[in-house]
Write a protein that binds this ligand. Structure first.
Ligand SMILES: [Zn+2]
Length: 430
């Protein structure tokens, strides 16, 4: 799959079949296995040799994959791409059932910062995992129910007269619980359906973890077919680009690593987030010794790949006058003086060359001083490891909406640029 269209079709399938971070990691695992990468386990000894491709997962929703460098010396370091697997959304609470007014609703908790209004009046489904006890082991079994199962309903205009003029104010506790059906519909039926679909005997299920999602598949749209439309583009599109870049790379003197972390939308300080031990311990194991790790890190480079803000034509004044990334204008390098992004002039120069060597041009994003700037896993990863890096990502509109929008031609450009990075032997003066 070398052509841009092939990558795009594959991305659409990946977005549509990855309703949760754990589903995305399962899809990536399948893809890596098919491409000849070997699964390793944090509990076992690893016997990897130069040129070997491997991957390891933690808590089902984070994954690190790589190909060991053929250069035996530490001076070649790691070429790392980081992205995140989680997306803002709604998670079903334990004991969620709420009955009244002839209907059953489900209590939900807000995860990260979704644009809540976009979750109303969509035909929602649920996906997640079942915890099943097998003797003394607790295992996770993924499920995806698909289809319209529940709905967060807007009130009619006569109940909320000023909705269009004064705004649609949402009380997340009161207004978000979706309607699951009539008074007979129950959460236990949903869990039973999940067990059924997953082929698990319902009596073995101890608990379920369920997240809501929009089952409308991702698609290409716009009259000219230039728009990529779907849920979770932030940041599954960059996870996909990282995986395809790694799979398409030849082995190089430097070790090539991609890390796809969960928990970015809630601050990353979790068992398998960017602020965990996961990446550092994996790198230490493949480096062989502490000394070798430290020397390797000092010649490493990180690209933190996450969705970037394209200019929205109705809100163009919210952007810096000169830095207004557009859809299909190429990968965006993000710069912030307060270091919410890690890009420096040196690392920006490096990644600009990666984009150009791939045959594309890049764009720049810098925030207005009177607007708050977002952040990524870049600062955490770079500062934990002591590795210089750059924040980059493809331009998108409606970030954190239940259905986001990006440009179709930018995806192939990012895969090309990340491939240049993974194969690069360049160094940045320490
Ligand atoms: Zn993101």
């Amino acid at each position: 799959m070398n052509d841009e269209k092939g990558y795009l079709d594959d991305l659409l399938r990946f977005l549509s079949s990855s309703p949760t971070a754990a589903h995305a990691v399962a899809k990536v695992s399948d893809s890596l296995l098919a491409a000849g990468f070997r699964r390793v386990d944090e509990r076992e000894a690893w016997d990897l040799v130069p040129g070997d491709g491997f991957f390891v997962t933690r808590s089902a929703s984070s994954l690190i994959a790589g190909r060991l460098g053929t250069g035996r010396e530490e001076k070649h370091g790691f070429r790392i791409v980081g992205a995140h697997t989680d997306s803002p959304g709604l998670r079903v609470k334990p004991q969620p059932q709420r009955r009244g007014e002839g209907l059953t609703r489900l209590g939900v908790e807000v995860y990260g910062s979704p644009i809540l209004a976009t979750w109303f009046d969509r035909d929602l489904s649920a996906a997640g995992y079942l915890v099943v006890r097998e003797d003394d082991r607790y295992i996770r079994i993924l499920f995806d129910l698909g289809g319209p199962l529940c709905r967060i309903a807007t009130p009619a205009l006569h109940i909320h007269r000023e909705m269009n003029t004064k705004g649609f104010k949402i009380n997340p506790e009161k207004h978000l619980p979706p309607i699951l059906g009539g008074p007979e519909a129950g959460y236990e039926d949903l869990v039973e359906m999940a067990a059924d679909r997953a082929g698990v005997d319902g009596s073995r299920v101890v608990l379920a973890h369920a997240e809501l999602y929009d089952p409308q598949p991702a698609t290409v749209g716009g009259l000219d077919g230039s728009l990529l439309l779907g849920g979770r583009i932030d940041n599954l599109a960059m996870c996909h680009a990282a995986v395809k870049a790694l799979e398409a790379s030849e082995s190089a003197t430097s070790s090539q690593i991609i890390c796809l972390f969960d928990s970015e939308e809630v601050g990353s300080r979790t068992l398998n987030g960017a602020d965990s031990t996961f990446l550092q311990t994996v790198l230490e194991r493949i480096a062989g010794s502490r000394e070798s790790l430290l020397r390797s890190l000092s010649s490493s480079l990180l690209v933190s790949a996450d969705g970037a803000h394209a200019v929205h034509p109705a809100y163009a004044d919210k952007h810096d006058p000169q830095s207004r990334p557009v859809l299909n204008g190429g990968p965006v390098i993000k710069i912030n003086a307060k270091q919410r992004y890690i890009s420096s002039a040196s690392t920006t120069a490096y990644f600009k060359d990666c984009v150009e060597r791939a045959g594309f041009s890049c764009q720049y994003f810098v925030s207005r001083n009177d607007l708050r700037c977002g952040t990524t896993i870049g600062p955490l990863t770079a500062s934990r490891l002591g590795v210089p890096g750059v924040d980059a990502g493809n331009p998108m509109i409606s970030m954190h909406s239940i259905r986001e929008m990006a440009g179709t031609s930018d995806h192939g450009a990012m895969i090309g640029a990340l491939r240049e990075h993974l194969g690069s032997g360049a160094t940045i003066e320490p």
